[in-house]
Design a protein around this ligand. Sequence first.
Ligand SMILES: Cc1cc2nc3c(=O)[nH]c(=O)nc-3n(C[C@H](O)[C@H](O)[C@H](O)COP(=O)(O)O)c2cc1C
Length: 320
Amino acid sequence: MNNTKTRIILAPLQGFTDVTFRNVYADHFSGIDEAMAPFISTMGQKRLKPSRIKDVDPEKNQKLFITPQLLGNMPEDFIFLADCLYDMGYKKINWNLGCPHSKIAKKKRGSGLLMYPDLIDDFLGRVLPKISNTLSVKIRLGRKSKKEIEQLLPVLDHYPLDEIILHPRTGEQMYTGVSDHDAFAAAMENSRHCFTYNGDITSLAAFNTVSTRFPGIHRFMIGRGILSNPFLAEQIKGIIIKKNKLLRLKAFHDALFENYQAIFSGPGHLISRMKGFWNYLGLCFSNSEKQIKNILKAKTAETYQDRVNEFFNTDPEFAG
Ligand SMILES: Cc1cc2nc3c(=O)[nH]c(=O)nc-3n(C[C@H](O)[C@H](O)[C@H](O)COP(=O)(O)O)c2cc1C
């Protein structure tokens, strides 16, 4: 398959695809063209704490092109943060209209805003004339119903947007059910904007299904699929995988561990972060449930490392 036009974008996954992950990933794998950084919440105060934007510090983000993402519903706060990001060099930013978590959605943020196209209209009308960055939106089909997008798309048509990244589920679905390809097709037909496809690309076969169904789409955002199979972007791009996959995975794992060890203050944070990765990575190993469970039960960094080393030494079956 000719993949020259295909662009793969690493999805924002809060708690996973931070700058440390992005840099280590870029050192060990290819195929990803760019990444969207996990959301930064807009806040009322006019003094920006450096900790809130350290993930998008341009000096630390030289390995992978990134688009910062903002989560919020107050135009003034959004404009303030967008301006800061512009001054840092970010000409493109993204507005998160997809976050499904009820705590956030209840406050009419993330997917919670999708039921209120008038509020989105008002927000964009106030924000877009005042920011120098260009804007894309990352959306779902709706909060409660897949039909909500029918009211939203005409609103979005009024504004200049870089693109619409659509994960075709509702917010209330969270991650259950399947991505609705028919609804994605209908959205494309009813909008003047360019679309990026996002949702459930967890294998080369899943990618082929989506790219065959949508030959006009060249931008694919992938999140969980990369966490469970870090080779996926290389497979999609047709990059020949030469070295032993297990050795590459182990080297990637060890580099992640070392880099997180250097920044987390205690072993608790370190191993819980690493276990988070195993919840995904583990999905691509066959016949290894027991050993992966053991890794997930490790209570100290030493036990964790011993169990991971032991696991790789048994030559486990990686199905990715
Ligand atoms: C743990 C986790 C954290 C996420 N964090 C964000 C986020 O910060 N911003 C965002 O727009 N989406 C976030 N998402 C949604 C993903 O970017 C993506 O839209 C979703 O996982 C579907 O794509 P996938 O099937 O390729 O994973 C998150 C998803 C997960 C599972």
